[in-house]
Design a protein around this ligand. Structure first.
Ligand SMILES: *Cc1c(COP(=O)(O)O)cnc(C)c1O
Length: 621
């Protein structure tokens, strides 16, 4: 059975059963039955399914692993965590997140005013809120309002200017107030160490964020002068997302730990926490030789606790509370995009499409004989002969000696010979075979937009696990590349012979074939762009009742065509009027037909941009 690397990226979240991939939870429904269930309600485009139990699993693993590490080392500080909203701000996600994390006193991190408003309204009073990123006076004032609501909020300053603004806002909010209420203050430090990988720019000396040592000292003195030292509670750093290697984190922890100890010794008595930001990586790989991270969560937690303890001990200060802002780790696994394959290109290379003649050119006859008598022993030799014949035949075509039918037969036969040879020689992993796979790759046209649903693939070539959701008892043999439905050649996930994806040879005019894209719950949704006006796909939240049955909740249909235009600030009344007017004024159609056209038009306008059905199947309906 082909696993599609499930044992590498799947984290025991799925099992393969009865040829389908199933949720490894409750009654273990298959993704196929859930998708069909929703499609039966009339939603035909791509579906984004959210699984709150997978959010809960990540949060509880995070907390229990850190609690275990604390116990191992007898660590005195607390462990706390917040979710960085920039990773996923969608309400169906945030509501599920807050719902499943109640018992952990889990909070939210905000990096902009809009995110701060989400945090202020959704975080339970008492759970932590951290505020990072560049802030103006209004944003800092919002933090004061949150503090006065009773929120446990920490504003992280990214520069001296922000501290000056805090001092100013404090005067405005708290002058003449007997018991002033302020947010806690954190400082983001500019590290020497930086992460590794495509998202490593957040750390390091040239990073966009954080205070240098000189600025830290200046901030310390300013806080002291304005009697605000009692609010300085947190040191913060973030070395970049999807940290593939643990060593930069260790360096960062040593830097941050020593800064913490130094400031405490200087008199920052209220300082009690180190916020290690995010960066905890997700394993996206489908291939054992190409892993995305070299450490486990256990190692990560042990390193953090051990290093902080060591520094605190050697410098003679209290062990700090540890905050994390892991976002990718918490959100990635909860969302799966499921969508049908619309068409397979190059399926014309089938034996049934051969147009052999009574009398074929001798080289074609020979190709046919090679194909018919191919065996494991002669495969390599015959393959070379076939490639050689093809060159000659293409030259003969260019010179006008053979016709289009001969050329088509050549292409089909050579393709079939390559395919068959690769299958016969599959245990010999040579470069030549790899190169040839590229040639016979099958293009799968899939009903989704890579720009909308996998923007990190488009922008950074980040790979995501992809697999069909049924036929898993059959060994897939087609080297596959995936085309999305945008009119942009960047919307293609190429076949990569080093990290190959094989899919099944399915006649999609006869049966549906669905692909699933996994681990799409972090960053992809809000980064997704509306290229060609394909918008956020239809989404649903899948929960389970006590009996283990799943339920489809909070279904949100992808935007309809008029709403898409409305979002771009078209005046949709004018668009609507123009369409109607043009039908009504058209000269060559009858009144009756006009009425019919209008009816159809309005039906289509109520639907979304994605393709609805597979052509051939709908013709048979
Ligand atoms: C983006 C970001 C995070 C989240 O990082 P992940 O790699 O998704 O865990 C955490 N903290 C800050 C300050 C960030 O900017």
């Amino acid at each position: 059975m082909k696993q599609f690397g499930l044992n590498i990226w799947g984290n025991d979240n799925f099992i393969i059963k009865n040829n389908t991939i199933n949720i490894n939870y409750a009654n273990k429904p298959s993704l196929l039955e859930i998708a069909q269930d929703i499609r039966d309600k009339g939603y035909k485009g791509p579906l984004l399914l959210r699984f709150p139990h997978l959010i809960e699993k990540q949060i509880s693993t995070l907390f229990t692993t850190f609690e275990k590490a604390k116990k191992t080392f007898g660590y005195q500080g607390k462990f706390q965590a917040v979710f960085p909203l920039k990773v996923n701000q969608f309400p169906n996600f945030v509501h599920a997140l807050m719902d499943v994390s109640q018992k952990y006193n889990y909070g939210l991190e905000a990096g902009s005013k809009a995110e701060l408003i989400i945090a202020m309204s959704k975080t339970p009073i008492g759970a932590p809120i951290t505020v990072n990123g560049f802030k103006d006076k209004e944003m800092i004032a919002l933090c004061f309002i949150a503090a006065k609501m009773g929120h446990n909020i920490t504003v992280t300053i990214e520069g001296i200017g922000e501290l000056q603004t805090i001092i100013q806002v404090n005067t405005e909010f708290n002058e003449d107030i007997e018991n002033p209420i302020l947010p806690k203050i954190g400082v983001r430090i500019r590290l020497h160490s930086s992460g590794i990988g495509i998202w490593a720019k957040s750390g390091g000396y040239s990073s966009k964020f954080g205070l240098t040592s000189t600025e830290l000292l200046e901030a310390y003195e300013l806080l002291k002068k304005h009697e605000l030292l009692a609010y300085l509670s947190m040191i913060h750093f973030h070395i970049g997302s999807q940290m593939s290697d643990i060593s930069p984190l260790k360096k960062a922890l040593r830097e941050a730990g020593n800064i913490y100890a130094d400031l405490k010794k200087r008199g920052a008595d209220a300082l009690c926490a180190i916020n290690i930001g995010g960066g905890l990586a997700v394993e996206y790989s489908q291939h054992a030789h190409n892993r995305d991270r070299n450490y486990s969560l256990d190692e990560f937690a042990n390193d953090v606790i051990y290093l902080m303890q060591e520094i605190a001990k050697s410098r003679g200060v209290d062990e700090p509370d540890i905050f994390t802002e892991s976002g990718r780790y918490v959100a990635a696994s909860h969302a799966i995009l499921i969508t049908p394959v619309l068409e397979l290109f190059s399926q014309e290379y089938h034996e049934k499409n051969l147009r052999l003649k009574e009398n074929n050119p001798p080289l074609i006859q020979e190709l046919y004989d090679l194909f018919s008598s191919l065996t494991r022993d002669n495969a390599r030799e015959y393959l070379h002969d076939a490639l050689d014949h093809m060159e000659s035949l293409l030259t003969l075509f260019d010179l006008g000696y053979i016709d289009l039918e001969d050329r088509s037969n050549t292409e089909i036969l050579v393709n079939l010979i390559i395919k068959k040879s690769i299958a016969l020689l599959k245990n010999e992993d040579t470069n030549e075979l790899k190169r040839l796979q590229n040639r016979i790759q099958e293009k799968y046209l899939v009903n989704f937009s890579a720009f909308q649903s996998l923007p990190d693939f488009w922008g950074l070539k980040q790979h995501f696990p992809i697999m069909p959701i049924d036929h898993l008892d059959v060994r897939p043999t087609n080297p596959a590349s995936i085309w999305d439905i945008t009119c942009d050649s960047d919307g293609e996930i190429d076949f990569n012979p080093d990290l190959p994806l094989y899919l099944h040879d399915i006649d999609v005019s006869q049966e549906e074939y669905f692909l699933a894209f996994f681990l799409t719950g972090a960053y992809q949704e809000v980064l997704g762009m509306k290229h060609n006006l394909f918008t956020h796909p239809t989404e649903a939240v899948i929960t389970f009742d006590e009996k283990g049955h799943y339920a489809v909740n909070n279904l949100i249909d992808a935007q309809n065509l008029m709403d898409v235009l409305d979002d771009l600030d078209y005046d949709t009344n004018i668009v609507d009027k123009a369409l109607k007017y043009k039908i009504e004024e058209s000269e060559h159609i009858s009144k009756e037909e006009k009425r019919e056209l209008l009816g159809k038009l309005y039906l289509y306008l109520s639907e979304n941009s994605y393709l609805k059905t597979i052509q051939a199947i709908s013709e048979n309906d």
